[in-house]
Design a protein around this ligand. Structure first.
Ligand SMILES: NC(=O)c1ccc[n+]([C@@H]2O[C@H](COP(=O)([O-])OP(=O)(O)OC[C@H]3O[C@@H](n4cnc5c(N)ncnc54)[C@H](OP(=O)(O)O)[C@@H]3O)[C@@H](O)[C@H]2O)c1
Length: 246
């Protein structure tokens, strides 16, 4: 795929991997729209790249559909939709639990799992028209969880399974819609700040995602996620122990 003139929505384009992807796709001539919750970061990202953006909280059940409608309206349709926005919180289930913990967990699940699902639903008619691509970012932690962020890992595992079933549906439609899982390794971003020694850069990760979108492959295994998949297949216990305390 040549990105020139392509109409692209990237959620979470105000930071980290999403921000790098927005910048790279815009540089390659795509018309890009994005979102985030923080107005200052959004203004900085849109003015730096010249892309369109809206404040949206994807933990809100109606936000995905609203965002897709705005982006399709502003860009005149959609060729590519990338679900990158997510949060990762640490939880200690062994150390007591409060109603506030329940509220935080629900917001994490809504953002990371229900958000991309709503986005996929709303984007469907647009992608059917364009024969487009839906891409969502998961993690090696969807396959081998780490103990410190059980809900994040569960949300990414759920998203991974959702993407496979969604792909089956679109394959059977024969409408030319491609569903992709971008399987990410550890990447140096604000999400991983303070614990990302040896991580790949967001720019390098975004470049591999862009290449994978262009090739329309079902799974984009980025950086070390490629070797992780092999280890996971041949020695799942080793993969688990590598990520357990990450
Ligand atoms: N970094 C890694 O090592 C790594 C590894 C595996 C997978 N991933 C995945 O890669 C993706 C990008 O992560 P990142 O590391 O680049 O994270 P990041 O730097 O923290 O960026 C997250 C982005 O999502 C937005 N966001 C968060 N919650 C949102 C909400 N409720 N509604 C709308 N926007 C929201 C943030 O903007 P606001 O805060 O302004 O809302 C920000 O733009 C995520 O799906 C993550 O799970 C990352």
């Amino acid at each position: 795929m040549d990105f020139h003139g392509k109409r692209v929505l990237v959620t979470g384009g105000t930071s980290g991997i999403g921000a790098a992807l927005v910048q790279q796709l815009a540089q390659r001539g795509a018309q890009v729209a994005t979102c985030g919750r923080d107005a200052v970061r959004l203004a900085e990202a849109t003015s730096r790249t010249g892309v369109t953006g809206w404040i949206a909280d994807l933990a809100d059940p109606a936000a995905g559909a609203d965002l897709v409608a705005r982006a399709a309206d502003a860009l005149g349709g959609l060729d590519v939709v990338v679900a990158s926005a997510a949060v990762q919180h640490q939880q200690a289930f062994t150390q007591g639990w409060t109603a506030a913990d329940d509220t935080a967990v629900l917001a994490e699940l809504r953002t990371n799992l229900a958000g991309p699902i709503a986005l996929a639903g709303a984007a469907g008619p647009h992608l059917r028209r364009s024969g487009g691509v839906f891409t969502a970012l998961t993690s090696a932690l969807a396959y081998s969880p780490k103990k410190g962020a059980p809900v994040y890992c569960a949300s990414k595992a759920g998203l991974s399974v959702f993407l496979r079933a969604l792909r089956y549906q679109w394959e059977d439609e024969r409408a030319g819609v491609c569903v992709q899982e971008a399987l990410m390794p550890l990447v140096a971003t604000p999400m991983t700040a303070g614990r990302n020694d040896g991580a790949m850069s967001a720019d390098a990760a975004a470049a591999q995602i862009a290449a994978g979108i262009a090739r329309r492959v079902p799974v984009i295994a980025v950086g070390r996620a490629r070797s992780f998949r092999i280890v996971r297949r041949v020695a799942p216990g080793v993969a688990d122990s590598l990520l357990r305390n990450g």
